[in-house]
Design a protein around this ligand. Structure first.
Ligand SMILES: Cc1ncc(COP(=O)(O)O)c(C=O)c1O
Length: 412
Protein backbone atom coordinates (compact mmCIF):
# COMPACT_ATOMS: atom_id res chain seq x y z
CA UNK A 1 0.00 0.00 0.00
CA UNK A 2 1.29 3.47 -0.90
CA UNK A 3 1.91 5.53 2.23
CA UNK A 4 0.15 8.85 2.66
CA UNK A 5 2.88 11.42 2.78
CA UNK A 6 2.34 14.11 5.34
CA UNK A 7 3.43 17.25 3.53
CA UNK A 8 3.59 19.09 6.83
CA UNK A 9 7.03 17.52 7.26
CA UNK A 10 9.28 20.24 5.93
CA UNK A 11 12.40 18.25 5.18
CA UNK A 12 14.54 21.30 4.35
CA UNK A 13 13.63 22.77 7.72
CA UNK A 14 14.31 19.45 9.45
CA UNK A 15 17.73 19.34 7.80
CA UNK A 16 18.63 22.57 9.58
CA UNK A 17 18.27 20.67 12.86
CA UNK A 18 21.20 18.47 11.80
CA UNK A 19 24.29 20.69 11.51
CA UNK A 20 26.52 17.81 10.39
CA UNK A 21 24.62 17.58 7.10
CA UNK A 22 25.67 21.07 6.10
CA UNK A 23 29.18 20.29 4.91
CA UNK A 24 31.10 19.34 1.82
CA UNK A 25 32.96 16.08 1.49
CA UNK A 26 35.52 15.87 -1.29
CA UNK A 27 34.22 19.13 -2.71
CA UNK A 28 30.58 18.00 -2.95
CA UNK A 29 27.67 18.52 -0.56
CA UNK A 30 27.52 15.56 1.81
CA UNK A 31 24.87 12.92 1.08
CA UNK A 32 24.56 10.80 4.21
CA UNK A 33 22.97 7.44 3.45
CA UNK A 34 24.54 5.36 6.22
CA UNK A 35 21.71 5.75 8.69
CA UNK A 36 21.32 2.07 9.50
CA UNK A 37 24.84 2.20 10.96
CA UNK A 38 24.04 5.32 12.96
CA UNK A 39 21.83 8.27 12.24
CA UNK A 40 22.75 11.91 12.82
CA UNK A 41 21.87 13.94 15.90
CA UNK A 42 19.60 16.98 15.91
CA UNK A 43 20.53 20.21 17.71
CA UNK A 44 18.16 19.56 20.67
CA UNK A 45 20.00 16.29 21.42
CA UNK A 46 23.42 17.94 21.10
CA UNK A 47 22.18 20.76 23.34
CA UNK A 48 20.86 18.31 25.94
CA UNK A 49 24.38 16.86 26.24
CA UNK A 50 25.95 20.30 26.54
CA UNK A 51 23.31 21.45 29.04
CA UNK A 52 24.01 18.45 31.21
CA UNK A 53 27.77 19.03 31.28
CA UNK A 54 27.44 22.80 31.62
CA UNK A 55 24.65 22.78 34.16
CA UNK A 56 24.21 19.71 36.33
CA UNK A 57 26.88 17.08 35.79
CA UNK A 58 26.99 14.95 38.95
CA UNK A 59 26.93 11.28 39.84
CA UNK A 60 23.42 9.97 40.28
CA UNK A 61 21.34 8.27 42.98
CA UNK A 62 23.59 8.50 46.01
CA UNK A 63 24.25 12.23 46.15
CA UNK A 64 22.26 14.53 48.40
CA UNK A 65 23.46 17.80 46.89
CA UNK A 66 21.49 19.85 44.39
CA UNK A 67 23.35 18.83 41.24
CA UNK A 68 23.16 15.13 42.10
CA UNK A 69 19.44 15.44 42.64
CA UNK A 70 19.01 17.26 39.35
CA UNK A 71 21.06 14.67 37.45
CA UNK A 72 19.17 11.80 39.11
CA UNK A 73 15.80 13.36 38.27
CA UNK A 74 16.79 13.82 34.62
CA UNK A 75 18.20 10.27 34.43
CA UNK A 76 15.05 8.73 35.87
CA UNK A 77 12.81 10.95 33.72
CA UNK A 78 14.54 9.42 30.73
CA UNK A 79 13.66 5.95 32.01
CA UNK A 80 9.99 6.97 32.16
CA UNK A 81 10.23 8.36 28.63
CA UNK A 82 11.63 5.05 27.36
CA UNK A 83 8.93 3.18 29.28
CA UNK A 84 6.33 5.22 27.43
CA UNK A 85 8.14 4.84 24.09
CA UNK A 86 8.04 1.04 24.39
CA UNK A 87 4.73 0.95 26.26
CA UNK A 88 6.30 -1.11 29.05
CA UNK A 89 4.04 -1.83 32.01
CA UNK A 90 6.58 -0.96 34.72
CA UNK A 91 9.42 1.57 34.78
CA UNK A 92 11.53 -1.08 36.54
CA UNK A 93 11.49 -3.06 33.29
CA UNK A 94 13.72 -0.49 31.57
CA UNK A 95 17.42 -1.26 32.02
CA UNK A 96 19.96 1.17 30.60
CA UNK A 97 22.77 -0.57 28.75
CA UNK A 98 25.60 0.39 26.42
CA UNK A 99 23.55 -0.66 23.38
CA UNK A 100 21.87 -3.56 21.66
CA UNK A 101 24.98 -5.72 21.81
CA UNK A 102 25.29 -5.14 25.54
CA UNK A 103 21.60 -5.95 26.11
CA UNK A 104 21.83 -9.26 24.26
CA UNK A 105 25.00 -10.22 26.11
CA UNK A 106 23.32 -9.37 29.40
CA UNK A 107 20.44 -11.74 28.66
CA UNK A 108 22.74 -14.51 27.40
CA UNK A 109 25.06 -14.23 30.38
CA UNK A 110 22.39 -13.99 33.07
CA UNK A 111 19.14 -15.58 31.87
CA UNK A 112 20.99 -18.00 29.61
CA UNK A 113 23.58 -19.13 32.13
CA UNK A 114 21.02 -19.50 34.91
CA UNK A 115 18.13 -21.15 33.09
CA UNK A 116 19.52 -23.01 30.06
CA UNK A 117 21.16 -26.40 30.27
CA UNK A 118 22.75 -29.03 28.08
CA UNK A 119 20.56 -30.10 25.15
CA UNK A 120 18.30 -27.03 25.35
CA UNK A 121 17.74 -25.34 22.02
CA UNK A 122 18.04 -21.69 21.08
CA UNK A 123 16.52 -20.47 17.82
CA UNK A 124 17.84 -17.45 15.93
CA UNK A 125 17.48 -16.54 12.25
CA UNK A 126 19.74 -16.37 9.22
CA UNK A 127 19.40 -12.58 9.09
CA UNK A 128 20.75 -11.85 12.57
CA UNK A 129 23.41 -9.26 13.23
CA UNK A 130 26.56 -10.85 14.71
CA UNK A 131 25.54 -9.39 18.06
CA UNK A 132 22.53 -11.71 18.03
CA UNK A 133 24.57 -14.75 16.98
CA UNK A 134 27.86 -14.74 18.85
CA UNK A 135 26.53 -14.30 22.43
CA UNK A 136 24.31 -17.37 21.88
CA UNK A 137 27.18 -19.36 20.37
CA UNK A 138 29.28 -18.51 23.42
CA UNK A 139 26.45 -19.69 25.67
CA UNK A 140 26.00 -22.90 23.65
CA UNK A 141 29.71 -23.61 23.91
CA UNK A 142 29.64 -23.17 27.68
CA UNK A 143 26.36 -24.92 28.45
CA UNK A 144 26.10 -27.52 25.69
CA UNK A 145 22.96 -25.94 24.20
CA UNK A 146 22.12 -26.28 20.52
CA UNK A 147 21.69 -23.35 18.13
CA UNK A 148 19.00 -23.67 15.43
CA UNK A 149 18.55 -21.21 12.61
CA UNK A 150 15.39 -20.07 10.78
CA UNK A 151 16.14 -19.96 7.05
CA UNK A 152 15.48 -17.01 4.76
CA UNK A 153 13.94 -17.18 1.27
CA UNK A 154 15.25 -15.50 -1.89
CA UNK A 155 13.28 -12.33 -1.16
CA UNK A 156 14.90 -12.00 2.23
CA UNK A 157 11.88 -13.10 4.27
CA UNK A 158 11.96 -15.63 7.09
CA UNK A 159 10.45 -19.00 6.16
CA UNK A 160 7.91 -19.33 8.94
CA UNK A 161 6.93 -22.93 8.13
CA UNK A 162 10.57 -23.88 8.76
CA UNK A 163 10.52 -21.91 12.01
CA UNK A 164 7.51 -23.90 13.18
CA UNK A 165 9.33 -27.14 12.38
CA UNK A 166 12.28 -26.05 14.54
CA UNK A 167 10.09 -25.36 17.57
CA UNK A 168 9.71 -28.12 20.14
CA UNK A 169 9.65 -28.63 23.88
CA UNK A 170 13.46 -28.46 23.70
CA UNK A 171 13.26 -24.81 22.53
CA UNK A 172 14.00 -22.60 25.51
CA UNK A 173 14.82 -19.31 23.87
CA UNK A 174 14.14 -17.59 20.55
CA UNK A 175 16.11 -14.48 19.65
CA UNK A 176 15.17 -12.70 16.47
CA UNK A 177 15.72 -9.39 14.77
CA UNK A 178 12.66 -7.17 14.32
CA UNK A 179 14.06 -5.43 11.22
CA UNK A 180 17.09 -6.64 9.29
CA UNK A 181 19.90 -4.10 9.08
CA UNK A 182 21.19 -5.64 5.84
CA UNK A 183 17.94 -6.22 3.95
CA UNK A 184 15.44 -3.90 5.59
CA UNK A 185 12.97 -6.79 6.05
CA UNK A 186 10.37 -6.22 8.76
CA UNK A 187 9.84 -9.58 10.42
CA UNK A 188 6.45 -10.78 11.74
CA UNK A 189 7.72 -10.74 15.31
CA UNK A 190 4.29 -11.04 16.92
CA UNK A 191 3.78 -14.40 15.17
CA UNK A 192 7.32 -15.45 16.07
CA UNK A 193 6.72 -14.61 19.73
CA UNK A 194 3.30 -16.31 19.90
CA UNK A 195 4.64 -19.52 18.33
CA UNK A 196 7.59 -19.58 20.74
CA UNK A 197 5.30 -19.06 23.72
CA UNK A 198 3.20 -22.04 22.63
CA UNK A 199 6.21 -24.28 23.39
CA UNK A 200 7.12 -22.34 26.55
CA UNK A 201 10.20 -20.53 25.18
CA UNK A 202 11.10 -16.95 26.04
CA UNK A 203 11.74 -14.49 23.23
CA UNK A 204 14.22 -11.68 22.77
CA UNK A 205 13.62 -9.20 19.98
CA UNK A 206 16.53 -7.20 18.57
CA UNK A 207 14.94 -3.82 17.92
CA UNK A 208 18.11 -1.95 16.91
CA UNK A 209 16.76 -1.04 13.49
CA UNK A 210 13.05 -1.20 14.19
CA UNK A 211 12.86 1.34 16.98
CA UNK A 212 13.39 4.47 14.86
CA UNK A 213 10.98 3.37 12.12
CA UNK A 214 8.13 1.39 13.71
CA UNK A 215 5.87 1.87 16.68
CA UNK A 216 6.98 -0.53 19.38
CA UNK A 217 4.55 -1.86 21.96
CA UNK A 218 6.22 -4.53 24.05
CA UNK A 219 2.98 -5.42 25.82
CA UNK A 220 1.04 -5.91 22.59
CA UNK A 221 3.95 -7.94 21.20
CA UNK A 222 4.21 -9.87 24.47
CA UNK A 223 8.01 -9.77 24.04
CA UNK A 224 9.95 -11.13 26.98
CA UNK A 225 12.98 -9.01 26.12
CA UNK A 226 13.38 -6.14 23.67
CA UNK A 227 16.73 -4.45 23.04
CA UNK A 228 17.71 -1.28 21.23
CA UNK A 229 20.51 1.28 20.74
CA UNK A 230 20.01 5.02 21.23
CA UNK A 231 22.41 5.98 18.44
CA UNK A 232 19.98 4.61 15.86
CA UNK A 233 17.21 6.76 17.36
CA UNK A 234 18.81 10.17 16.69
CA UNK A 235 20.34 9.79 20.17
CA UNK A 236 23.88 9.38 21.49
CA UNK A 237 26.29 6.50 20.94
CA UNK A 238 27.25 3.94 23.59
CA UNK A 239 23.82 3.91 25.19
CA UNK A 240 20.92 1.51 24.85
CA UNK A 241 17.98 -0.15 26.50
CA UNK A 242 17.06 -3.63 27.57
CA UNK A 243 13.38 -4.11 28.22
CA UNK A 244 12.49 -7.28 30.10
CA UNK A 245 9.31 -8.52 31.74
CA UNK A 246 9.57 -7.77 35.43
CA UNK A 247 9.02 -11.31 36.65
CA UNK A 248 11.75 -12.61 34.32
CA UNK A 249 14.25 -9.85 35.20
CA UNK A 250 13.54 -10.45 38.89
CA UNK A 251 14.43 -14.11 38.52
CA UNK A 252 17.69 -13.39 36.69
CA UNK A 253 21.00 -13.07 38.52
CA UNK A 254 22.88 -9.77 38.12
CA UNK A 255 25.30 -9.23 35.24
CA UNK A 256 28.18 -7.00 36.29
CA UNK A 257 29.10 -6.60 39.95
CA UNK A 258 30.01 -3.25 41.48
CA UNK A 259 28.53 -0.07 42.85
CA UNK A 260 24.84 0.76 42.42
CA UNK A 261 23.71 -2.84 41.87
CA UNK A 262 23.96 -3.77 45.57
CA UNK A 263 21.82 -3.34 48.68
CA UNK A 264 24.42 -4.34 51.22
CA UNK A 265 28.01 -5.56 50.94
CA UNK A 266 29.99 -7.41 53.58
CA UNK A 267 32.96 -9.67 52.98
CA UNK A 268 30.73 -12.57 53.96
CA UNK A 269 27.82 -11.79 51.63
CA UNK A 270 26.39 -9.22 49.25
CA UNK A 271 22.71 -8.62 48.63
CA UNK A 272 21.57 -7.14 45.36
CA UNK A 273 19.55 -4.08 44.56
CA UNK A 274 16.01 -4.11 43.17
CA UNK A 275 15.17 -3.63 39.53
CA UNK A 276 16.32 -1.91 37.45
CA UNK A 277 19.46 -1.03 39.42
CA UNK A 278 20.44 -4.68 39.90
CA UNK A 279 21.56 -4.59 36.25
CA UNK A 280 23.13 -1.14 36.24
CA UNK A 281 26.49 -1.54 37.98
CA UNK A 282 28.86 1.41 38.01
CA UNK A 283 28.42 4.98 36.83
CA UNK A 284 26.29 4.89 33.68
CA UNK A 285 26.35 7.16 30.62
CA UNK A 286 24.34 9.78 32.51
CA UNK A 287 24.53 12.51 29.88
CA UNK A 288 23.64 10.09 27.12
CA UNK A 289 20.71 8.65 29.02
CA UNK A 290 19.42 12.16 29.67
CA UNK A 291 19.74 13.03 25.97
CA UNK A 292 17.75 9.96 24.93
CA UNK A 293 14.62 11.57 26.32
CA UNK A 294 15.28 14.56 24.08
CA UNK A 295 15.79 12.27 21.07
CA UNK A 296 12.47 10.53 21.74
CA UNK A 297 10.75 13.89 22.10
CA UNK A 298 12.31 15.05 18.86
CA UNK A 299 10.94 12.04 16.98
CA UNK A 300 7.56 12.38 18.64
CA UNK A 301 7.50 16.04 17.63
CA UNK A 302 7.89 15.10 13.97
CA UNK A 303 5.47 12.20 14.37
CA UNK A 304 6.83 8.70 13.97
CA UNK A 305 4.18 7.87 11.38
CA UNK A 306 5.24 10.93 9.34
CA UNK A 307 8.89 9.88 9.55
CA UNK A 308 7.94 6.35 8.45
CA UNK A 309 5.84 7.66 5.54
CA UNK A 310 8.67 9.90 4.35
CA UNK A 311 11.24 7.10 4.56
CA UNK A 312 8.84 4.79 2.76
CA UNK A 313 8.51 7.29 -0.05
CA UNK A 314 12.31 7.40 -0.31
CA UNK A 315 12.46 3.61 -0.33
CA UNK A 316 9.92 3.34 -3.19
CA UNK A 317 11.65 6.08 -5.17
CA UNK A 318 15.14 4.65 -4.63
CA UNK A 319 13.98 1.15 -5.53
CA UNK A 320 12.53 2.41 -8.82
CA UNK A 321 15.60 4.51 -9.66
CA UNK A 322 18.14 1.84 -8.76
CA UNK A 323 16.26 -0.76 -10.78
CA UNK A 324 16.91 1.43 -13.84
CA UNK A 325 20.63 0.72 -13.58
CA UNK A 326 21.93 -2.18 -15.68
CA UNK A 327 23.75 -4.81 -13.69
CA UNK A 328 22.36 -3.72 -10.32
CA UNK A 329 20.66 -6.35 -8.19
CA UNK A 330 18.81 -5.50 -4.99
CA UNK A 331 19.37 -8.03 -2.23
CA UNK A 332 16.26 -8.17 -0.07
CA UNK A 333 12.90 -7.72 -1.77
CA UNK A 334 10.61 -8.39 1.16
CA UNK A 335 7.02 -7.16 1.00
CA UNK A 336 7.46 -5.25 4.26
CA UNK A 337 10.65 -3.23 4.44
CA UNK A 338 12.04 -0.12 6.08
CA UNK A 339 14.21 2.35 4.17
CA UNK A 340 17.24 0.14 3.64
CA UNK A 341 18.45 -0.95 0.19
CA UNK A 342 21.30 -3.38 -0.23
CA UNK A 343 22.56 -4.07 -3.70
CA UNK A 344 25.37 -5.57 -5.72
CA UNK A 345 26.75 -4.29 -9.02
CA UNK A 346 27.82 -6.85 -11.60
CA UNK A 347 31.59 -7.03 -11.97
CA UNK A 348 32.32 -4.38 -9.32
CA UNK A 349 33.48 -5.00 -5.77
CA UNK A 350 31.38 -3.23 -3.13
CA UNK A 351 34.52 -1.74 -1.61
CA UNK A 352 35.32 0.05 -4.89
CA UNK A 353 31.73 1.25 -5.10
CA UNK A 354 31.94 2.73 -1.61
CA UNK A 355 35.27 4.47 -2.26
CA UNK A 356 34.13 6.04 -5.55
CA UNK A 357 30.85 7.18 -4.00
CA UNK A 358 32.78 8.72 -1.12
CA UNK A 359 34.91 10.64 -3.61
CA UNK A 360 31.62 12.21 -4.68
CA UNK A 361 30.58 13.04 -1.12
CA UNK A 362 28.13 10.14 -0.80
CA UNK A 363 28.33 8.08 2.39
CA UNK A 364 27.05 4.51 2.13
CA UNK A 365 28.06 1.34 3.93
CA UNK A 366 29.75 -1.54 2.15
CA UNK A 367 30.61 -5.06 3.28
CA UNK A 368 28.82 -7.76 5.22
CA UNK A 369 27.08 -5.34 7.65
CA UNK A 370 27.88 -7.69 10.56
CA UNK A 371 25.67 -10.35 8.97
CA UNK A 372 28.20 -12.72 7.42
CA UNK A 373 25.92 -15.80 7.51
CA UNK A 374 23.25 -13.83 5.63
CA UNK A 375 25.78 -12.87 2.96
CA UNK A 376 26.75 -16.56 2.72
CA UNK A 377 23.04 -17.40 2.27
CA UNK A 378 22.92 -15.10 -0.77
CA UNK A 379 26.31 -16.32 -2.05
CA UNK A 380 27.92 -12.89 -1.89
CA UNK A 381 30.79 -11.35 0.06
CA UNK A 382 28.94 -8.16 0.79
CA UNK A 383 26.70 -5.43 -0.56
CA UNK A 384 26.54 -1.68 -0.89
CA UNK A 385 23.84 -0.42 1.45
CA UNK A 386 21.96 2.87 1.31
CA UNK A 387 19.73 3.55 4.30
CA UNK A 388 17.44 6.49 4.86
CA UNK A 389 16.46 8.79 7.70
CA UNK A 390 13.95 11.59 8.04
CA UNK A 391 16.36 14.23 6.66
CA UNK A 392 17.10 12.45 3.37
CA UNK A 393 15.60 13.67 0.11
CA UNK A 394 14.78 12.40 -3.37
CA UNK A 395 17.54 14.70 -4.70
CA UNK A 396 20.03 12.77 -2.62
CA UNK A 397 18.80 9.52 -4.15
CA UNK A 398 19.34 11.08 -7.58
CA UNK A 399 22.90 11.91 -6.48
CA UNK A 400 23.35 8.27 -5.45
CA UNK A 401 22.14 7.02 -8.83
CA UNK A 402 24.41 9.46 -10.67
CA UNK A 403 27.25 8.38 -8.42
CA UNK A 404 26.65 4.74 -9.25
CA UNK A 405 26.63 5.50 -12.98
CA UNK A 406 30.06 7.04 -12.47
CA UNK A 407 31.22 3.95 -10.56
CA UNK A 408 30.13 1.78 -13.49
CA UNK A 409 31.84 4.09 -15.98
CA UNK A 410 35.10 3.99 -14.05
CA UNK A 411 35.13 0.28 -13.22
CA UNK A 412 33.67 -1.49 -16.26
C1 LIG B 1 19.92 -5.32 13.75
C2 LIG B 1 21.06 -4.90 14.62
N1 LIG B 1 21.31 -5.56 15.74
C3 LIG B 1 22.30 -5.21 16.56
C4 LIG B 1 23.14 -4.16 16.27
C5 LIG B 1 24.24 -3.80 17.21
O1 LIG B 1 24.00 -2.53 17.76
P1 LIG B 1 25.09 -1.81 18.66
O2 LIG B 1 26.35 -1.84 17.86
O3 LIG B 1 24.54 -0.43 18.84
O4 LIG B 1 25.20 -2.56 19.92
C6 LIG B 1 22.94 -3.46 15.09
C7 LIG B 1 23.85 -2.37 14.68
O5 LIG B 1 24.04 -2.07 13.53
C8 LIG B 1 21.87 -3.83 14.24
O6 LIG B 1 21.62 -3.17 13.11
Amino acid sequence: MQPTIDHTLDIQKIRQDFPILDQEVNGRPLVYLDNAATNQKPIPVINALTRYYEGYNANIHRGIHHLAEQATAAFEASRRAVQEFLNAKHWQEIIFTYGTTDGINLVAQTYGRRFLKEGDEIIISTMEHHSNIVPWQMLCEEKGCVLKVIPVDDNGELILEEYEKLLSERTKLVSCVHVSNSLGTINPVKTIIDKAHEVGAVVLIDGAQASSHLDIDVQALDADFYVLSAHKLYGPTGMGVLYGKKEILDAMPPYRGGGEMIKEVTFAKTTYNDLPYKFEAGTPNIADVVAVKTALEYMAGLGKENIAAHEDDLLQYATEQLNELDGLRIIGQAKHKIGVISFVLDGIHHQDTGVILDQQGIAVRTGHHCTMPLMQRFGIAGTTRASFAVYNTRDEIDRLVQGLRRVQKMML
